[in-house]
Write a protein of this length. Structure first.
Length: 452
């Protein structure tokens, strides 16, 4: 009996010790979580505060002070400002919240504290010209862009990259002397090919066009030991893809990885804007002409975007998806009209669209895209919406009518009339009637019945 009582006392004491240990462990875990949360709040507050500080007290104020009057004021030279290495660590942190705020801060530094990101020696990339407290963004950007996976971060990351590129161009410098264009394009292509890993495209999509527009045609374009003649020789090889086109092709592949209709439509709209810009841009020293194959690839991307709108995009009647598709329709009609106008302008012989105009608007181009697949009700309805949008924009442009599009519209008109004759009731559907009326409003009688 005594042994039994003693055993129970020992068991009770052991049980109490175990409960005390578990309680202590639980308390320590709660304290650790609280400390981590407190640490995160402090770091995020500091990053946000630094961004607010530089925006309120920029290094150069265009409205109140001249550059010379405050030339001695540099955030990179003030001891109270965080070291560049500290910001770099946060840009590469395992915590997504730290990376997001660090990217937002660097974007503000590019705008308001340029000494932290830009050397005072324009065009000088030697180590001697770089301040010790300057952010090495030229080497950081490709690595952080390639490594990022968090969809909540890409909006601030892409905005930071765009701001970094803009700060060089605003100072008359070339960002691609600091940032390897080939390596950057590789990282950008990898990211957009995966649709920024599910990040809402409305947040990062608008940054793609200005980034693509700033890319040199080849990585050799920024190297001083290569002249314009050698660049042209390099472009004659079909194996060489211009860097802007590589990025846009990857962006097009990314529309297949988008999570929903809204993101897909935003990505396709960005593709349309990019290829239209490339085909309308006048060649310069850093942006010489593409090869004919590359221009055709630009046109093909435009036509594939048109086919996506007709045949793949769902026919949503309401909600965010419908709004995004309406936006895609507006982008298509606007840029097609731009290219049509440029194709009819005799003074644009040096632009890309002039090299492929006959192909783009002919049987192998637009007409082939329009007649791809069956002319079902969805396709007819969407073509009607596109023509209606074109008419609205034509009326806003003093009644300008598209000339290059007319042969394709006339052919589609005849196809609908002939197909209705094969039906039992010998009549067109309501959507077909609306489309025919839109075509008749764009085309003239001479277009339907040319005088021979």
């Amino acid at each position: 009996s005594g042994n039994s009582i003693g055993g129970e006392k020992a068991h009770g004491k052991s049980k109490k010790n175990k409960q005390s240990s578990e309680s202590s462990t639980s308390t320590s875990e709660a304290e650790r979580e609280e400390m981590e949360e407190r640490y995160e709040r402090v770091v995020l507050s500091v990053l946000c505060g630094l961004g607010w500080m530089v925006s309120c007290r920029p290094e150069v104020s265009d409205t109140t002070e001249t550059y010379a009057s405050i030339q001695s004021f540099r955030y990179s030279e003030n001891h109270f400002f965080p070291e560049a290495s500290s910001i770099v660590r946060l840009m590469q942190s395992s915590r997504g919240s730290f990376r997001r705020e660090a990217f937002a801060l660097v974007g503000k530094l590019c705008q308001f504290a340029r000494s932290v990101v830009l050397s005072d020696h324009a065009g000088d990339t030697s180590p001697e010209s770089q301040n010790d407290n300057m952010l090495p963004l030229g080497t950081l950007i490709p690595s952080v862009l390639s490594a990022e996976r968090d969809p909540t971060i890409f909006a601030s990351l892409m905005e930071m990259i765009l701001t970094y590129i803009a700060v060089f161009q605003g100072n008359g410098n070339d960002p691609w002397k600091y940032l390897d264009p080939s390596l950057f394009t590789k990282s950008l292509s990898k990211t957009v090919r995966r649709a920024c890993y599910g990040a809402p495209a409305i947040g990062w999509g608008p940054t793609i066009l200005p980034i693509v527009a700033s890319l040199p045609i080849l990585d050799v374009a920024t190297e001083p030991n290569h002249d314009a003649t050698e660049r042209e020789e390099r472009m004659k090889g079909t194996e060489v893809r211009p860097l802007p086109l590589l990025a846009v092709e990857s962006l097009w592949d990314g529309h297949k990885s988008a999570v929903g209709v809204t993101d897909t439509a935003a990505i396709v709209s960005a593709v349309i804007e990019c290829v239209t810009f490339l085909m309308l841009r006048r060649p310069k020293e850093n942006h010489p002409q593409f090869s004919l194959d590359c221009w055709r690839k630009c046109g093909q991307l435009l036509l594939e975007s048109l086919v996506y709108f007709f045949m793949e995009a769902p026919d949503s009647g309401y909600g965010p998806a419908a709004a995004s598709l309406d936006g895609l329709c507006t982008t298509l009609s606007r840029d097609i009209l731009k290219l049509d106008t440029a194709s009819c302008d005799e003074g644009i012989g040096d632009r890309g669209v002039s090299n492929i105009a006959n192909w783009l608007w002919g049987e192998e181009g637009l007409q082939s895209a329009l007649f791809r697949g069956k002319n079902d009700s969805q396709k007819v309805r969407k073509l009607g919406c596109l023509l209606k949008s074109i008419l609205i924009q034509c009326n806003e442009a003093d009644g300008m009518k598209p000339k290059s599009l007319i042969p394709s519209f006339v052919n589609f008109f005849h196809v609908i009339i002939l197909s209705s004759g094969d039906r039992s009731n010998k009549s067109c559907t309501g959507d077909e009637v609306k489309l025919l009326l839109n075509i008749m409003e764009i085309c003239t009688v001479d277009d339907f019945f040319p005088v021979r």
